[in-house]
Design a protein around this ligand. Structure first.
Ligand SMILES: CC(=O)N[C@H]1[C@@H](OP(=O)(O)OP(=O)(O)OC[C@H]2O[C@@H](n3ccc(=O)[nH]c3=O)[C@H](O)[C@@H]2O)O[C@H](CO)[C@@H](O)[C@@H]1O
Ligand SMILES: C=C(OP(=O)(O)O)C(=O)O
Length: 424
């Protein structure tokens, strides 16, 4: 199991390229199952989650070739049974449900388990798929799905207690593209990754309107064809490096290339509110972030897009842990997503977590300690904390970070951080 050792206190400078979005790549890779023609997807990040998805597609019978960021998929003869051993490793494997139902009229996928960031039910996925004609039989931890009368378009409201569902919207959209008639998804997720999937499907010949709004309309078509598509930049990776810039850059800041300004608006606004410097180029494709002269704490409440993303709140905990004053972070989407706070406490952070809210009292500096990554964004928060901490922080279980950050240690080294990956 690899660990990262971060020798804190180095100032960051220079620039790095942001990778394609993990959370757009996963459903888009699954959507390649919707056609028997070749699909080419560019800028797929080399992270363990995309590798698991590729393994699942291969286990389902697809021919997959990967050459650096480009993945070519040919899903001519596929089966409907997604193997438990692979599915259990990654929640996003449930993205294959929609495409398998649309293409084969049946699917067998294991129920994903709980998750350290909190309860993650699939009731809304099932509600959507049932509404368009899927019959679901739960047995032995598996969801056995059939479509006795085929998939038939319907109007479905996917609002859950915590708001819309991203992968639930994706699953229904992927099933509905080959259904008979019109499907309307009300209370749809509007995240940029949902829009990227919709654009991919439209490129395959699907008829979809309204992606990026709360109402998506899908007119089913007979057949989809092959497509070439480039994945959008990863706004969470970019946001994580933006926080690194605010915490640890030289006066001139660090620059991130291949970003999309519109997707980064909530993160940029919070950094500016907290007193830091954020400058986009005119085209909105690069951003430079440097620490402000008078940083202040702030209040963050996570919300569905275009609100502040839950996937960025842990990283802001690191920033606020060393920012004078009191900051408050409330996660309305995953109220239990605060595992990083206890580990940061071991480094000297002063954070109290109660009922989905963290109250952070900034301290002068953190000091190194051996810490344990508990989940993807929690590990990013620990790396950020370690960049400014006094001494050498050992971060264990970095396989969590490798799920979603492409070569993070190499990118940090490029920016001048002192980071080592140690294999045990
Ligand atoms: C691979 C991927 O893209 N993952 C992202 C996706 O996860 P994912 O799509 O799994 O998250 P959802 O948008 O579905 O979850 C939003 C909320 O809805 C609840 N819910 C969800 C489904 C359901 O059937 N019933 C239900 O109650 C969840 O518990 C949560 O409180 O969106 C999350 C919210 O932006 C991000 O944190 C994840 O990084
Ligand atoms: C929580 C995340 O991913 P997943 O939904 O795949 O667990 C994430 O990307 O922050």
């Amino acid at each position: 199991m690899d660990k990262l050792i971060v020798h804190g206190g180095r100032k960051l400078s220079g620039s790095v390229n942001i990778s394609g979005a993990k959370n757009a790549s996963l459903p888009i890779l699954a959507a390649a199952l919707l056609t028997d023609e070749d699909v080419i997807i560019r800028r797929v990040p080399d992270v363990s989650d995309t590798n698991y998805m590729i393994q699942i597609l291969s286990a389902l019978g697809a021919q997959v070739e990967r050459s650096s960021g480009t993945v070519r998929i040919s899903a001519k003869d596929i089966t409907h049974d997604a193997p438990y051993e692979l599915v259990r490793k990654m929640r996003a494997s449930i993205c294959v449900m929609g495409p398998l139902l649309a293409r084969l009229g049946k699917a067998r996928v294991s129920l994903p388990g709980g998750c350290v960031i909190g309860d993650r039910p699939v009731d809304l996925h099932l509600k959507g798929l049932r509404a368009i004609g899927t019959v679901i039989d739960m047995e032995g931890g598996n969801m056995d799905m059939t479509t006795p009368n085929g998939l038939i378009g319907a109007e479905v409201d996917l609002r859950g207690k915590q708001g819309p569902t991203v992968l639930g919207t994706d699953n229904l959209m992927m099933a509905a593209v080959l259904a008979k008639g019109t499907t309307v998804i009300e209370s749809a997720a509007a995240e940029p990754e949902v829009v990227d999937l919709a654009n991919f499907l439209i490129g395959m010949g699907a008829q979809i309107e309204g992606a990026g709004t709360r109402r998506i309309t899908i007119e089913g078509v007979e057949k989809l064809h092959g497509v070439e598509h480039t994945i959008i930049p990863d706004r969470i990776e970019a946001g994580t490096f933006m926080v690194a810039g605010a915490m640890a850059a030289e006066k001139e800041g660090i620059t991130l290339n291949r970003i999309c300004r519109e997707h980064l608006a909530p993160v940029a606004e919070k950094l500016i509110e907290a007193g830091h410097n954020v400058h986009f180029n005119e085209a909105g494709t690069t951003v430079t972030v440097s620490p402000g002269a008078h940083p202040t704490g702030a209040k963050i409440v996570t919300a569905p897009h275009p609100g502040f993303p839950t996937d960025m709140q842990a990283q802001f905990s690191s920033l606020f842990a060393v920012t004078k004053g009191i900051s408050v972070i409330e996660d309305t989407i995953f109220p239990q997503r605060f595992m990083h706070c206890a580990e940061m406490g071991r480094m000297g952070a002063n954070i109290k977590v109660d009922s989905g809210t963290a109250v952070i009292e900034g301290v002068e500096s953190l000091s190194a300690a051996p810490v344990m990554a508990s989940d993807l964004r929690a590990s990013a928060a620990l790396v950020l904390s370690a960049l400014t901490a006094k001494g050498s922080t050992e971060i264990n279980r970095v396989y969590h970070i490798d799920r979603g950050y492409e070569h993070i240690d190499e990118k940090l080294l490029t920016l001048g951080a002192d980071v080592e990956r140690v294999q045990e």
